[in-house]
Design a protein around this ligand. Structure first.
Ligand code: PSU
Ligand code: MN
Length: 316
């Protein structure tokens, strides 16, 4: 018998489609909005946001994009809200720390991985597809700059499908952090942990689970054992869309040096680095970015269906 879903908090505004799916226990995939507002350039961002949702639907799951629009926390965006997030200039990057202030002031916020994971789990969504995770920044030993994505995943019961983390970060330390906090990292189709633009980072995922059924069984076992918190499913960009490692390494080093020279700190660091990489690749990274997000949406939707089909699935 399926577990009775927990009541959905009144602070969340769900579309009818998402509410019905969650109430019935049908497969739902959460999607973040920082990638729409800050990650992809206009006007491609709105088109891609719609295509990601369509990719989830094509697999028989319901997409639930999260964002704060005029002070309201929305889980599932209609086309007007999607267009607002993609097109308005007053959409702030909203991490977990920023959510309350954006809501209290009636503002607009594009939710990061951490904020989306928190809100989606609060609504009862178990799977979340995105591009890249935040992580431990290079030099974190002195700057203390670690993404709230990591600590949030350690706490929140959700599975994030991503293409690994970008090499703007210290990938080894990011994986160490996840291990310390008990967040397993699953590899799809390969043991290697990907570095967003490239299929390999030089580090491995903890376990390899190629099929949605295997991934679902793993997640089910984790929760059945009372192990709270999230799971990372790392899904490498399809080979034909990967970028040359040398080009990305060179550009990453340049962007990091510029950030340091410019004294960029705090929540501005990641958007600065991502923005410079976009400029320095003269848009060549865009096709890679879109391809990997679409692939993650597909894998996420298949996983949501497999979790839904597992008998006795009882999330914490
Ligand atoms: N890394 C990417 N693309 C992104 C981000 C990170 O490759 O779009 C965004 C995500 O929204 C992520 C956030 O949650 O940046 C992390 O920011 P910070 O490092 O400030 O926690
Ligand atoms: Mn940071």
């Amino acid at each position: 018998m399926a577990a009775r879903p927990a009541p959905i908090p009144a602070a969340l505004e769900l579309t009818d489609e998402v509410r019905a799916a969650l109430t019935e226990g049908a497969p739902v995939v959460a999607l973040e909005s920082t990638i729409i507002s800050h990650g992809l350039p206009r006007p491609d961002n709105l088109r891609v946001a719609r295509e990601i949702e369509a990719a989830v639907r094509a697999q028989g799951a319901v997409p639930a994009t999260a964002a704060v629009v005029d002070g309201r926390v929305r889980i599932g965006l209609d086309d007007d809200a999607l267009a607002a997030v993609a097109g308005r200039d007053d959409v702030a990057k909203a991490g977990v720390r920023d959510l309350a202030v954006v809501v209290a002031r009636g503002g607009c916020g594009a939710t990061t991985v951490a904020a989306t994971a928190h809100l989606a789990a609060l609504a009862g969504v178990r799977v979340f597809a995105t591009g890249g995770l935040g992580g431990v920044h290079r030099g974190a030993a002195t700057t203390f700059d670690e993404s709230a994505d990591l600590v949030t995943l350690a706490r929140v019961p959700i599975t994030v499908v991503c293409a690994g983390v970008k090499s703007i970060l210290d990938i080894g330390l990011t994986l160490e952090y996840l291990e310390t906090h008990g967040v397993p990292v699953i590899g799809v189709g390969q043991k290697g942990f990907p570095a967003f633009f490239t299929r390999e980072s030089g580090f491995d995922a903890d376990f390899q689970c190629d099929s949605a059924l295997e991934q679902a069984a793993f997640i089910h076992a984790k929760w059945a054992l009372g192990l709270r918190g999230g799971v990372v499913v790392s899904n490498a960009v399809p080979a034909q869309h990967a970028m040359p490692k040398e080009e990305i390494d060179r550009i990453t080093e340049q962007a990091l040096a510029e950030a340091q020279q410019g004294g960029v700190t705090g929540k501005a660091v990641t958007p600065f680095l991502l923005g410079r990489i976009k400029e320095l690749t003269e848009g060549r990274s865009l096709a890679t970015n879109i391809a990997l997000v679409m692939h993650n949406a597909l894998i996420g939707a298949q996983l949501a269906r497999a979790l839904h089909d597992l008998p006795g699935m009882k999330p914490l």
